[in-house]
Design a protein around this ligand. Sequence first.
Ligand code: NAP
Length: 288
Amino acid sequence: MKVGYIGLGIMGAPCVRNLLKAGHQVTVWARRRQSAEALLAAGAAWADSPAELAGQVELLITNVSDTGDVEQVLLGEAGAASGARPGLVCADMSTIAPNGARRIAARLSEAGIDFLDCPVSGGEVGAINGTLTIMAGGKAEALEKARPALEAMGQTITHIGASGAGQVAKACNQIAVAAGVAAVAEIVKLARACEVDPAPVRAALLGGFAQSRVLDVHGQRMIDDNYAPGFKAKLHAKDMHIVHDTAREQGISLPAAERAMQLIDQLVAEGGGELDSSAIARLIWRQN
Ligand code: NAP
């Protein structure tokens, strides 16, 4: 496929490499050309603006930061919508607010462009290995058009529902991760308080009902007290605020997610935004 890609960071750059490896023709744009140099050397082509890029491709993928960034790149001045041909599919792999995704989809559909929210789980390792879990919201036919490219980046591609539903699934994912990180920190805390080595506790629990990737990966990080990212706390904070705002819009409370959000916010406020978000363990251990 002719694929355009915008957002060449920790997640986007390895995705572009996997698209190229699978034989797709990839054109990129970045606000700082230097973020694209290595990918241009690997075979990607360059476009001078999102609008120019959109006019050349069948599928345009964004993997930027937050809702406003996706809006800027797709709907802003020289944004993709101003250069796209009708029939273009835009797939956004960033984690953004579900209502933001719905708003963007509505604006793009006025220009004959289909928008899919396609947030992912699996982290940098999943992006490098092409094994991401992709949670799609939008029209099923648009997802089928995008699927050959998505398959080069992800192992599990699930059509969750209408526009915004993919981002709802991602918000659900982030509840499990954040509350799970807090639970694992408490496991380590209780074991140590009882003068029991947390390493064999983790190993034993990995064979039972409490088994999880969070216990496996973050449990080891906590035992080693090593919080090199991984998933930066500042991005996890953004995601937990999406969870919080979405719950508030629905008039429901999520007490475990709320507490995890407070801990991640505190970590960021104390200067830990660039650490892996599992560093909230240090805050949990500090309290009696
Ligand atoms: P990142 O390394 O910070 O990369 C983001 C990229 O988007 C950067 O290259 C940045 O350009 C570009 N960008 C941001 N805003 C832009 C704008 N307004 N216009 C043009 N370019 C813009 O972040 P990441 O870790 O790849 O994450 C990308 C998305 O995936 C986020 O929504 C994140 O929450 C989500 N995610 C991340 C992970 C993870 O483990 N890292 C896992 C799942 C989902 P510059 O280089 O110029 O700053």
